[in-house]
Design a protein. Sequence first.
Length: 164
Amino acid sequence: MYHYGLDISATFAASGGYAEIYAWVCRNLHSTVHFRRVQQNLVVIKDRGILDEIPKYHPYSQMLKNAPMAILVCGDEQLQKYKGYWVQDCSAATENILIAAQAKGLGAVWLGVYPTEDRVIAIRKLLGIPEHVIPFSLISIGYPAEQKPRSDRYDASRIHRNKW
Ligand SMILES: Cc1cc2nc3c(=O)[nH]c(=O)nc-3n(C[C@H](O)[C@H](O)[C@H](O)COP(=O)(O)O)c2cc1C
């Protein structure tokens, strides 16, 4: 089954090793980056030293110290066909990876990078990313340590019908 370009049909043993997650992401990268207008680049990060380094620059990414891997979704100004739309495309790619990870029984968290400039600069430097490529979001992936109850923030007053 394809879910927005990411093949989630491969089966994971719930107790499987993290190498399995890595292999799955690598197998599916081609379909993920093929998504829409192929503007995104992904950096799959498995190196323990790099994962441990990121929380020094990104204050809300402490879970990376325990995560076996992360995926950095990047926009690419040289690849964009429709100027400015790379943000929406990267957001959709990020969400698709989160959904696919969830469907596999994995835990995944969106860690915001762009447009916080010091995070963009630090991550670009840490990973050797060229200037025309914009680190957009990091997705921390692992087996979830806990299941949090869904929070209900629905506010009917924010839904407008036909006109505001
Ligand atoms: C644009 C964006 C940036 C986020 N950045 C972070 C982050 O830096 N650190 C973090 O732990 N979670 C981050 N999150 C995840 C949220 O904290 C939260 O886990 C997610 O939105 C789902 O929360 P909810 O189910 O309570 O709505 C981010 C989410 C979004 C959409």
